[in-house]
Design a binder for this molecule. Structure first.
Ligand code: FAD
Ligand code: UDP
Length: 370
């Protein structure tokens, strides 16, 4: 019998498995997909030298030393500093919204200390924001919201921004300077040989079975270990007894193009609703340290849709929060199971948050069992 059965090979499951092995525990991992790495899985595209993040571009960023030092045990990072552009009505602007975006959009030449007063004249909502729309308008005013946020958000989440929590938009900084980096964190980069090798290194000594769905033989799997670490969707674990949580899925269309550079940037967002995709990724721009075939690039269009069988983003309607609280109460009744990660916690976590969470859980768990 193993000490732990880990369900799911994303960062939560893999970090926990690595820590358990390092503490002398035996670990079996099962994964529903044909590969390890969860949504961070990457692969090399043919002989192009281009690394593709199969489930969408992943930029590693964090500010805490423990997470950064930990992940650097398993990879080296390049110096990629993420910058995003967005296309609105055929014109390209800088994202997140900064002084460059504001001046190009309004045809102004504002200085940083003039931005706050200028945006004050644009705000049609000033109270305590209760949803994404109110939060965005109180941050940037109505015109910028309508141009850059409303359409993109409706495409991404498939609903009215007034139904979404304000927290989704506070992920994005708003800047009164020309500083256009997407993230504020101290540490940032892309693993030089892609994400998958990180998982391969973390999972040494772990017995792994791919293409295995825990729920196909739940009772058999549960008997294989003293404790289960579950990183799949929480509503599925409890047989949807409190109902189905809302999730958003993404779909990717990949195209190889005979050009050295398609869009000049790794990610171009499309703000308008009449463009069906939310963004186009051009992964070669993540690895300026690599040499590529000059006449080839790969682009990936990202479409957002609903597929309950492929959950990626927790939507977090108010009704979802209430439902999740009921599932969270059930989790506390299962001390034999560790629930962790984006799907089991129904939280819009980034990679560094999942890693930090798994390290904390592992520390508590493994100090208790030694
Ligand atoms: P996952 O990576 O989803 O892993 C869970 C695993 O469990 C999956 O492999 C799944 O197949 C498996 N599983 C589920 N159910 C079962 C079952 N029944 N049996 C067996 N296996 C099962 N974060 C960043 O920090 N930076 C970014 O730039 C970034 N970009 C993103 C872009 C997109 C489009 C998306 C969707 C996410 C992005 N993220 C980003 C977030 C990042 O992907 C997550 O934080 C991270 O992958 C979560 O890890 P996890 O282990 O919780 O979940
Ligand atoms: N967003 C937007 N316009 C943009 C980029 C983001 O309206 O050009 C909003 C949208 O609601 C999105 C949220 O901000 O879901 C968070 O954006 P982020 O880039 O962090 O999303 P992710 O990379 O996680 O999909």
């Amino acid at each position: 019998m193993y000490d732990y059965l880990v369900v799911g090979s994303g960062f939560f499951g893999s970090v926990f498995a690595q820590q358990a092995r390092e503490n002398g525990k035996s670990v079996m991992m099962i994964e529903r997909r044909p590969h390890i790495g969860g949504n961070c899985y990457s692969y090399e595209y043919e002989d192009t030298g281009i690394s593709i993040h199969k489930y969408g571009s992943h930029i590693f960023h964090c500010s805490d030393d423990e997470t950064w030092n930990y992940v650097n045990r398993f990879t080296r990072f390049n110096r990629h500093q993420h910058r995003v552009l967005t296309t609105h009505k055929g014109k390209v602007f800088s994202m997140p919204i900064n002084l460059g975006t504001i001046n190009s959009f309004f045809g102004t030449n504002l200085r940083p200390d003039e931005v706050a007063a200028f945006l004050d004249t644009q705000r049609t909502f000033t109270g305590k924001p209760a949803n994404l729309e109110e939060q965005a308008i109180s941050l940037i005013g109505q015109p910028l919201y309508e141009a850059f946020i409303r359409g993109y958000t409706r495409k991404q989440w498939g609903c009215d921004p007034r139904d979404l929590p304000a927290s989704i938009i506070t992920r994005l900084p708003v800047r009164q300077s020309y500083h256009d980096a997407y993230f504020n964190d101290r540490y940032q980069g892309i693993p030089i040989d892609g994400y998958t090798p990180i998982f391969e290194r973390m999972l040494q000594g772990v017995d792994i079975e791919l293409n295995v769905d825990f729920f196909a033989d739940r009772e058999i799997w549960e008997k294989k270990a003293r404790k289960v670490v579950y990183t799949g969707p929480i509503d599925r674990y409890f047989d949807y007894c409190h109902g189905h949580l809302n999730w958003r899925s993404v779909r990717f269309e990949l195209e190889k193009i005979d050009s050295s550079d398609y869009q000049g940037v790794s990610v171009m967002n499309y703000a308008d609703e009449d463009t069906p995709y939310t963004r186009i990724h051009e992964p070669k721009h993540f690895h300026l340290e690599r040499s590529w075939n000059k006449n080839t690039t790969v682009i990936v269009k990202e479409f957002s849709f609903i597929d309950p069988d492929q959950p990626y983003y927790p939507v977090n309607f108010a009704s979802d929060r209430a439902m999740y609280e009921k599932y969270a109460a059930l989790q506390t009744e299962r001390p034999d199971v560790i629930f962790g990660g984006r799907l089991a916690r129904y939280k819009y976590y980034d990679m560094h948050q999942v890693i930090a969470g798994a390290l904390a859980v592992a520390r508590k768990e493994l100090s208790g069992t030694q």
